[in-house]
Design a protein around this ligand. Structure first.
Ligand SMILES: [Zn+2]
Length: 407
């Protein structure tokens, strides 16, 4: 087994593959990377939640009936992509370990390592897109982004800037499925990471689903299967991943983020809205900093329209990347607070996300109406629009604060 790990991005240009760049890690780096990347993340035990759905899929591998065409549906952050990559690893792992009597993957054989390299999808897509941006204009238009870290596993992300899956990408998936039997894998995989297809692309995909080739599995990831053509849905097996309950996410946080206090875990779990991946990545201090200022704006608008302190805060929102991130944090926190106020006046305070300040939210919500919520949501939208047009941030935040006053 070679200890060299290759990662390459592929583009499909006209009728030939091009590899604009290729990174090769030498054996020392490869070993270290493997150690860091996989020692704590091997096997389905690391996939959190949705045990029943995962069990069914592993059982289908055990009896050698893994679907040719599968839709993996679930909310954002439920782990659809992570699971799809794990399944491709489990089908093709050369060590074939079993856990709980079901197929698992070792994370260390050549197939597991190379397929596993596609886990950092966002980074790979960003790198591929910036490589495409460097091309000549005429080539750029013809070039479609595809990610392939293993010769038999093709990842098809929505193609920017429209973020749709395009005809050229589906054509390549068809080419791979029909004319290129797997070389190193038992079964080749094509994973479409979005269900937003251009019309011609969807029609083309349909042809592939009508006569699926023997040694290929197609996996379509979607938040909402209804977005797919009914004819596509009817030709694929649908597996669903559900959002996790806050208590389940809190249990994971207790294990994986021991630095968080019980109170912080409760808040983080609710902010993640059922997505364990998001919960593991939330930077609570940044959220809390934004929320503190969002609360100040709300208190000023709802209780004591004395704007001195407020203007002092909004003045600190200046231009540049720092100011941009700060504003994004403020708006995110304000959005969560306004939704919580709505949940409170709707009589479902048990659903609020900012659980640690539920008592203050109840006080702020006194006397608020649905019309106020509506106006607040509009005021937030206006600041977001203003940001896109580069309006002076401090001024548009002041305008928002005034818009939040009780009328
Ligand atoms: Zn393996």
């Amino acid at each position: 087994m070679s200890s060299v790990v290759d990662i390459f991005f592929l583009f499909w240009l006209g009728s030939e593959w091009i590899r604009p760049f290729r990174q090769t890690f030498g054996s020392a780096v490869g070993q270290r990377k493997r150690h860091l990347g996989y020692s704590q993340h091997v096997g389905f035990q690391d996939f959190i939640g949705n045990a029943t759905a995962v069990g069914h899929l592993r059982e289908s591998i055990r009896v050698d009936r893994f679907p040719h065409s599968m839709i993996l549906a679930g909310p954002k952050g439920a782990g659809k992509y992570t699971l799809a990559v794990m399944l491709a690893q489990a089908v093709n792992c050369t060590e074939k370990p079993l856990t709980d009597g079901l197929p698992d993957f070792c994370g260390a054989c050549a197939n597991c390592v190379r397929i596993g390299e596609s886990r950092n999808l966002d980074e790979l897509v960003d790198a591929a897109v910036s490589a495409r941006d460097e091309m000549r204009d005429t080539d750029k238009r013809e070039t479609r982004v595809l990610i392939q870290t293993h010769p038999d596993v093709l990842i098809v992300p929505p193609d920017p800037p429209q973020l749709l899956i395009k005809l050229g990408q589906v054509r390549q998936a068809i080419h791979v499925a029909y004319y290129r039997p797997p070389i190193e894998a038992r079964r080749s995989f094509t994973i479409f990471t979005s269900s937003a297809f251009m019309k011609e692309a969807a029609n083309s995909l349909l042809k592939l689903l009508e006569e699926p080739p023997e040694h290929t599995s197609l996996i379509l990831l979607t938040e909402n299967p209804q977005e797919l053509l009914p004819t596509i849905r009817s030709r694929a097996v649908i597996h669903r991943l559900g959002a996790l309950a806050p208590a389940e996410i809190e249990a994971v946080l207790a294990q994986r983020r021991p630095e968080l206090s019980a109170r912080d875990r409760a808040l983080t779990a609710r902010l993640a809205e059922g997505a364990v991946g998001r919960a593991l990545g939330i930077e609570l201090s940044a959220y809390l900093a934004g929320r503190q200022e969002a609360l100040l704006i709300l208190r000023t608008a709802l209780r004591d329209p004395d704007y001195t302190a407020l203007f002092h805060v909004t003045e600190t929102y200046r231009g540049g990347a720092d100011g941009q991130q700060k504003t994004v944090n403020l708006l995110r926190a304000m959005g969560a607070l306004v939704e919580d106020l709505l949940l409170t006046i709707a009589g479902t305070p048990e659903l609020v996300r900012n659980v640690d300040i539920a008592a203050e939210l109840a006080k702020l919500a006194e006397g608020l109406t649905v019309e106020w919520i509506d106006g607040a949501a509009r005021a937030l939208g206006q600041v977001e629009q203003g940001m896109r047009r580069n309006l002076l941030r401090s001024l548009s935040l002041d305008a928002m604060a005034v818009g939040l006053e009780r009328n």
